[in-house]
Design a protein around this ligand. Sequence first.
Ligand code: NAP
Ligand code: GLV
Ligand code: GLV
Length: 334
Amino acid sequence: MRPKVFVTRKMRDAGLKPVLEFCDADVWEDEMPPSREVLLEKVRGVAGLLSMLTDRVDAKLLDAAGPQLKVVSNHAVGFDNVVVADATARGIPVGNTPGILTNATADLAFALLLAAARRIVEAEKYIRDGKWKTWHPSMLLGMDLTGKTLGLVGFGRIGRAVAKRAVGFDLRIIFYDPTGKPEFGAIKMNSLDDLLRASDFVSVHTPLNDSTRHMVNADFLSKMKPNAIFVNTSRGPVVDQAALYEALKAKKIFAAGLDVTDPEPLPLDSPLLTLENCLIVPHIGSASEKTRDAMARLAAENLIAGLKGERLPHCVNPEVYENRRQTTDDRTWN
Ligand code: NAP
Ligand code: GLV
Ligand code: GLV
């Protein structure tokens, strides 16, 4: 009998096909995610769950699924939507999709930086609003990148890929990441404060966790240079949005480029949407066809490996395998 799984959104065929071949899959077809109630109902009795970053996976959901649940495969590299400790406590491996979306996300961070520095969205709107009367030496002046300092907070896969791009733009690159190693000529800073005071552009590439929630607050923003640009492609809750609004409104910093907000979607009455110096796109960091194919494929591989009782290609809680071995050992000893 094929294992029962629930796939919380219709993903790309590259990943959906192998899942449909190997599993008895219930695939949520709506554009909107299943509500919490529906999710709790849909997971009942499944052996595998393929979740999106919009689904909260916690003890209640895992218990609603039942003890036969063997794997959770998250269709994202970020896994802040999963309470990993709850899965680990139940011996359930959690998969994610690192690496394959690094370049796409770094490209988008760079696109936001360039767009904010050169006021691209404002300039495009300028034409559509009928304001383009002539060429003028002081029309829509922005900022050069060449020679400026880019500060990367988080120097993991995506942070380093942004650094690689920055080399070609003749940026000086500094980073803050306690465990990160210098690469692409980037200089490691000893503290976040040092990075903020020295950077013309600050781009955040950390996961969302207890150490980074609201890391970008009024204090953080007050340490940035007066003409600095802030870019966020990590997670919305890394930023205290009210503080960012105040800093942008008062022109304490030049501009911001955001791929992620809190909440998502950003309500249309969000004060951020009243600002010309705040550029916002709807969480499209990994949104290219090739990258979404690769994510779907990897999410399927993680799911199927878990169902077969094999080690997941990318597991965020490998300690579940240690615990399993210990349990077996304990059994042998008793
Ligand atoms: P990664 O390789 O794990 O890199 C994250 C780095 O941040 C790690 O080196 C980590 O160090 C470091 N870090 C953690 N806490 C920090 C802190 N408080 N200050 C400074 N550095 C800190 O992950 P990645 O693949 O680059 O992805 C990063 C994040 O980007 C994901 O978690 C996800 O939330 C987000 N993302 C967004 C999109 C999008 O569509 N916008 C796409 C992909 C990813 P340790 O390893 O020592 O903890
Ligand atoms: C997207 O935001 C991801 O974490 O993969
Ligand atoms: C601008 O278009 C120039 O030629 O300098």
